[in-house]
Design a protein around this ligand. Structure first.
Ligand code: GTP
Ligand code: MG
Length: 260
């Protein structure tokens, strides 16, 4: 499991890159693979650029859906979007785990999460709306999906994952690029981020108890998601008939929104 998303929509920073050279130092096999990587720098860079463009394509699709849903449902379904390009260290580590030697072709063929985008929603129902709206777009091919919301992982992890392929148009070719999309609520993200941080802490006594406490927290968080969704529905249903003035203001607001 490797969770190397960044909180901002940028490629990995120098700090992350330092980790790259901590991996080869300890593993001779990976060191050899890293030398191969360095030997194909032009092609490898080009591949990273292509993944980076694929992220932009998918991000734009979510931005568009967010604007559309805003006008249609009068609220934003998306709280934030982050993305990341898998670091070279993680690429080497994953290939070595899969027992596949490094080559630009192998990265493209065997890894499905070089480009990753994470969409954070307010409410659970919007996750499915967004996933469905993306999946049915003509240029999107869904290669795989995992619904860890209906079927959480044993530790309590919840999120909706899709691996999609999207065509990216370059000056001399069109390339189908794979992107891993994770869609989750703010609450799910809160748990996953803390759990991820805690996992990397040193061995602690009572490990089993801590694991079970974390799973407990995940259950509580799932209940909060359900409650918030129910509260929102009740409020939406209870809203009074709008006055003429309300309707006029709403109309103006929508006109403004269309520009954003
Ligand atoms: P990887 O080889 O790690 O990419 O996993 P996978 O190919 O089996 O896919 P999976 O859908 O299980 O996980 C993909 C990504 O989901 C991970 O890289 C994490 O970002 C996230 N993820 C999965 N499980 C957990 C978890 O238990 N805790 C947290 N914090 N994140 C998780
Ligand atoms: Mg991964």
């Amino acid at each position: 499991m490797n969770n190397d998303f960044l909180p901002i929509n940028e490629e990995h920073t120098g700090t992350e890159n330092n980790q790259l050279f901590m991996v080869p130092m300890v593993d001779k096999g990976i060191f050899e693979q890293a030398k191969k990587m360095a030997g194909t720098v032009v092609e490898y860079r080009e591949l990273r650029m292509m993944y980076s463009c694929a992220i932009k394509e998918i991000r734009t699709k979510f931005d568009v859906l967010n604007s559309e849903f805003n006008v249609r449902y009068q609220r934003n379904p998306i709280a934030s979007i982050t993305s990341r390009l898998k670091s070279s260290a993680s690429i080497l580590e994953k290939l070595s785990r899969l027992k596949v030697p490094f080559s630009v072709e192998n990265v493209n063929e065997h890894l499905h999460d070089v480009a990753g985008i994470r969409v954070i929603c307010y409410y659970v129902d919007d996750i499915y709306r967004l996933a469905h709206a993306l999946a049915k777009q003509d240029d999107i091919t869904v290669l795989n999906f995992k619904d860890y919301i209906k079927n959480p992982k044993p530790n309590g992890y919840r999120s909706y994952h899709l691996i999609v392929s999207v065509p990216v148009f370059f000056s001399d070719q069109t390339r189908e690029m794979k992107v891993e999309v994770q869609i989750r609520t703010i609450a799910m993200d809160f748990w996953a981020s803390l759990e991820h941080q805690l996992k990397y802490k040193k061995e602690v006594p009572d490990q089993a108890e801590i694991v079970s406490q974390l799973t407990d927290c995940a259950t509580q968080i799932s209940q909060i998601d359900t409650q918030m969704y129910e509260i929102r529905n009740r409020i939406e249903q209870a809203e009074d008939e709008p006055t003429e003035e309300d309707l006029l203001l709403e109309k103006l607001r929508r006109i403004d929104l269309a520009d954003e």
